[in-house]
Design a protein around this ligand. Structure first.
Ligand code: 13P
Length: 261
C-alpha cells in the first residue's frame, strides 16, 4: 500500500526577520495554530529563517514543544574547513534542523549555483541527516522556449543523480516568473509540471520513491489560492515566500484543509 503523503507548508523567510523578530513570530504562529485547533496530522508546518535566527528558534521550539519544524535556506557543499562565510550541514544538524532549502532560484540567479553545485548540496544535506528541499523551476524565457516542464525536469534529474532510492527529499516546483510577482501559476499549470516531476522520480528511483516524495508548489501562494493547488493530486504542499511573513495569512495557508472542498 502507498503511504499517504503528509502535506508540508513551508515558509521561506528569505532575508527577513532577525532573531528577536523570529522568536516573536514563531511564538505567535504556534499560538494562532493552537487557538485554531490546527490538526498537525493534516499538514506539517516548517519555517526557514536566516541562519542567525536558527539557535533562537530551536530553543523556543524545544522549550515550548511546538509542533513547528524548521530548517535553513542554504547549506555548504563542504563539511568543514577554509570556506569563509559557509555553513556546514553538520552545524544545522546540531541545531536540530529537519530540512534545508537547496537550489532556490535566488541562489541560482544571484550566487551562480549550477545543477552540479545544487546536487552536491543535496548530497551534503543527506549525509548529515537533513531533508533537502530541492527547488526547481523555469524562468519566463525558459517557459517560452522550452515549455513548462523541461527545465524543472532536467534540474531534478541533474541534482538528484546518484542519491539512494531510500533517501528522503522534498521537491519544490517554483516557476521563477511566479516568485514575488503576485502572479501565481494556475493550478492546472502547476499540476502538469508536478505530475511530470513525479514521473521523473518514478523513472529514476522507482515507484516507492515517487509515491512517497512530497512535491510542493511555490510562487505567489496566498491564503486565497492555496486551496486550488492543494486539490491537485500531485501537489503535496507549498513553499511560501512573502505570505509566510504574516502570521495570520501563513496560519491560514497551513490550515488549507479547512478551505479545500
Ligand atoms: P513568494 O511566495 O513571495 O512568491 O516567494 C516564493 C518563494 O520564493 C519561496 O521560496
Amino acid at each position: 500500500m502507498v503511504a499517504a503523503r503528509v502535506p508540508l507548508i513551508a515558509g521561506n523567510w528569505k532575508m527577513n526577520l532577525d532573531h528577536l523578530q523570529a522568536i516573536a513570530f514563531v511564538q505567535k504562529l504556534a499560538w494562532t495554530l493552537d487557538e485554531a485547533k490546527h490538526d498537525t496530522a493534516a499538514s506539517e508546518v516548517a519555517v526557514f529563517p536566516p541562519f542567525t535566527d536558527l539557535r533562537s528558534v530551536q530553543t523556543l521550539v524545544e522549550a515550548e514543544k511546538f509542533s513547528i519544524a524548521y530548517g535553513a535556506q542554504d547549506v555548504s557543499t563542504h563539511e568543514s574547513g577554509a570556506f569563509t562565510g559557509e555553513i556546514s550541514g553538520s552545524f544545522l544538524a546540531s541545531l536540530a534542523c529537519s530540512y534545508v532549502l537547496v537550489g532556490h532560484s535566488e541562489r541560482r540567479q544571484f550566487h551562480g549555483e549550477t545543477n552540479d553545485v545544487v546536487g552536491a548540496k543535496v548530497r551534503a544535506a543527506l549525509s548529515f541527516g537533513l531533508v533537502p528541499i530541492l527547488c526547481v523551476g523555469e524562468t519566463a524565457d525558459d517557459l517560452e522556449e522550452f515549455g513548462a516542464s523541461a527545465v524543472p525536469v532536467a534540474q531534478v534529474k541533474a541534482s538528484l543523480a546518484g542519491i539512494s532510492a531510500d533517501a528522503e527529499v522534498v521537491i519544490a516546483y517554483e516557476p521563477v516568473w511566479a516568485i514575488g510577482s503576485g502572479k501565481a501559476a494556475t493550478e492546472e499549470q502547476a499540476e502538469l509540471v508536478c505530475g511530470a516531476l513525479r514521473e521523473t522520480l518514478r523513472e529514476n528511483f522507482g515507484s516507492e520513491f515517487a509515491d512517497r516524495t512530497r512535491i510542493l508548489y511555490g510562487g505567489s501562494v496566498k491564503a486565497s489560492n492555496i486551496a486550488a493547488f492543494m486539490r491537485q493530486s500531485n501537489i503535496d504542499g507549498a513553499l511560501v515566500g512573502g505570505a509566510s511573513l504574516d502570521v495570520a495569512e501563513f496560519a491560514s495557508i497551513v490550515r488549507f484543509y479547512k478551505h479545500v472542498i
